[in-house]
Design a binder for this molecule. Sequence first.
Ligand code: CP
Length: 329
Amino acid sequence: MIPEAQNPPPRRRKDLLDIETLSPDEITFLLETARPFKDLFTRSVKKVPALRGKTVLNLFFEPSTRTRASFEIAAKRLSADVTNLAVSQSSVVKGESILDTVDTMQSMKVDYMVVRHGASGVPSFIARHTPASVVNAGDGYHAHPTQALLDAFTMKEALGDFPGRKILIVGDILHSRVSRSVSTCAHKLGMEVGVFGPSTLIPNGHPSYMQVFDSFESALQWEPDVIYLLRLQLERQSAHFFPSMREYHNLFGMTRERFRQVEKRGLHIMHPGPVNRGVELVDEVLSYERCLINRQVENGIATRMAVLYWLQPELTAPKFEEQEEETTP
Ligand code: CP
């Protein structure tokens, strides 16, 4: 059985599109629901029948390694059937619109659509046009909610409780959907949020709870518990925001010198991946015992299982399903 994390649990939603619209109780519920799913991974059979008979469609219009594989494994561990639509080999390249593609897939009665797109708002646009549950797997600069949830789960494992803990997010805050979702999630859970990066990559009008630092050194003196290094998103930058990669590394990266301080203070390091070695961090960070990057990937599966388990598609169930055995794990 999956223990109910709260009694009563929060009302189920059709879609997960961002962190902003989740309440702290809903976030806490998802983190608590992910815990027993993670415990499954130590068993020889890592599956539960919760989504047996359901179909999950991965619809990725942008490249992904972690998120796509993680959703596929999560859905399979819930016993769902999974289809990965290779967008670059689909009729999208023949000019088929997103809505026609969604309509076509809906005709095949998929229950969940996991959507990544380079343009902000595409997952919510799709969600308005399908009874399937839509999960935003990253849209433009906007949001990456399951990344934020898996990061929160990972921080909870590493730190215990959230209130009073500090997360320092470093890098390209302006273009990062990860930064937006992670900072919102951390704030909702009671953490203090600091940011540091090139002044050209700090958005004007950032939220008032965010403390902005003007040097890595002053940010370290703030004594963060977690340093969250963002990937430098060269593919989203339409202008040159800093002179060179070398300068970025020297000013904003986890250099050898800074890493020595981090090790001495026992701080945790996180990164959503993929890592640009020698830019956001030096190689030796990856073998540091408080570097949580691999744990983030591992926890992505349990967290996404919790999300798929919680969401409720609006599809009408066929009558014969009512007579089937209970599928709650
Ligand atoms: N963190 C993340 O979204 O990685 P992928 O682009 O590999 O999915």
